[in-house]
Ligand binder design. Structure first.
Ligand SMILES: *Cc1c(COP(=O)(O)O)cnc(C)c1O
Length: 400
């Protein structure tokens, strides 16, 4: 069957909603872009956004930050990670995660993943004991949630503090509890390719007042920490404010203004992502060479990207598969490449961390393909893209 090539862009997000553009213009007209530059009686956009995000997330506290990576680094530092400490994380993630661990002078200890692309909980328990690590930076990579109940049981038994990297799980949930609300803190990104788009930006959420007070001072609040939309009582800062370094990672009012209308649209957009994900997954599930990661009934996901495995595929064939799909306009990422490409990399290329032995992860990543699903794609686009992937998988099979 001959299909037309796909001509859409895998990196094209939707425009900022008109209400966000209008709010951004208004902030620029006032000149008060810095979050602490407040006119009498005014609630600046950054404060309002923190209040609104905390309410949407169901977290007691929220601070808006300059990036998701800064949210993770500040979370680790505010959680008490010291230089030389070991920090556990899953091996399937992106560079900002080991980067945040290295950024606080700590050493990543990477945990294997399963074929469903989540952290291997048996390996987690073993490595927690063997390494003596006290912290886990759990990366909910590409939106896949592990059994969060079992993970928290292991964390409790091992005395691990859990920080969640929710860059891909803003809006996801496990048994109805939102991703980011399981451990000490949740870290979110509002960078262009995530679920809300302010170019750069992030959130840190927690229910722990002292933790968030330390993180607020670290974010660069100076002594203006009371000007926050979802922060703890001022008294919480008394013993913290002079003992905590300022790392300057604030969000400004311009970005916050762009984000507020997007938060109002987020639940609707999650449903739109899942329409696209389910449409594509439905097509791919029908091919006997393709394995989709299983999504447990307890998981509420946000299908802003899709992953599939061609188990056991040789590197040469994976490259041929990438070439064949790219020739039809379908931009797949492959996690098995020897060299990092664009945003994609694997643990072998994080050379600032000690070398790790991760045979299961390496085997899984060698057959793992990944694709963005921007909301600018229609459901018919998803049909066409799936058709090209299925064609290429069949060609590969026939050549075998
Ligand atoms: C994007 C991303 C981050 C960090 O977000 P930035 O805002 O770009 O710093 C963290 N973890 C994962 C898995 C990401 O994809």
């Amino acid at each position: 069957m001959t299909r037309p090539p796909f001509t859409g862009s895998f990196t094209q997000q939707e425009p900022i909603p008109d209400a966000g553009i209008a709010a951004a213009l208004e902030v620029m007209r006032t000149g008060r872009l810095h979050r602490y530059n407040i006119a009498p009686g005014e609630e600046p956009a950054a404060m309002a956004l923190e209040r609104e995000y905390a309410a949407w997330q169901g977290a007691r506290y929220c601070i808006a930050l300059a990036s998701g990576g800064q949210a993770m680094q500040i979370a680790l530092r505010a959680a008490g990670v010291r230089p030389g400490d070991k920090v556990l994380s899953n091996a399937f993630t992106l560079a900002p995660v080991p980067g945040a661990i290295a950024g606080v002078g700590a050493e990543p200890v990477l945990v294997e993943i399963t074929e469903d692309l989540v952290i291997d909980l048996d390996d987690l328990a073993a490595k927690a004991s063997a390494s003596g690590a006290r912290h886990l930076m759990l990366s909910n990579m590409r939106g896949h949630l592990c059994d969060m109940d079992r993970l928290m049981q292991i964390a409790q038994a091992q005395g691990l503090t859990v920080i969640e990297d929710c860059a891909h799980t803003m809006g996801a949930a496990w048994n109805g509890r939102k991703s980011g609300n399981f451990g000490l803190a949740g870290c979110f990104s509002t960078q262009t390719y995530k679920h809300m788009n302010s170019g750069e930006g992030g959130f840190l959420t927690s229910d722990d007042a002292e933790f968030i007070a330390r993180a607020t001072i670290m974010s660069g609040s100076y002594m203006l920490y009371s000007r926050h939309g979802a922060g703890p009582e001022s008294e919480t800062f008394t013993d913290i404010r002079l003992d905590t370094p300022n790392l300057s990672a604030r969000m400004d009012n311009l970005r916050a203004a762009i984000l507020r209308p997007q938060l109002l649209a987020l639940d609707r957009n999650i449903a739109r992502w899942n329409d696209r994900y389910d449409r594509l997954a439905g097509h791919l599930a029908g091919h006997n060479a393709i394995r989709l990661p299983q999504r447990p009934a307890s998981e509420t996901y946000v299908g802003s990207s899709i992953q599939f495995l061609l188990p056991g595929i040789a590197a040469r064939k994976a490259e041929a598969f990438l070439t064949a799909t790219a020739a039809q306009g379908v931009e797949l990422k492959w996690f098995g490449a020897a060299e990092p490409v664009a945003f994609t990399s694997a643990h072998q290329s994080w050379r600032y961390a000690p070398r790790q032995h991760l045979p299961a992860t390496d085997r899984i990543l060698s057959g793992l393909f990944d694709m963005r699903l921007p909301l600018t794609f229609s459901l018919e686009d998803c049909d066409l893209i799936a058709g090209h992937i299925l064609d290429a998988a069949t060609t590969l099979q026939e050549a075998a």
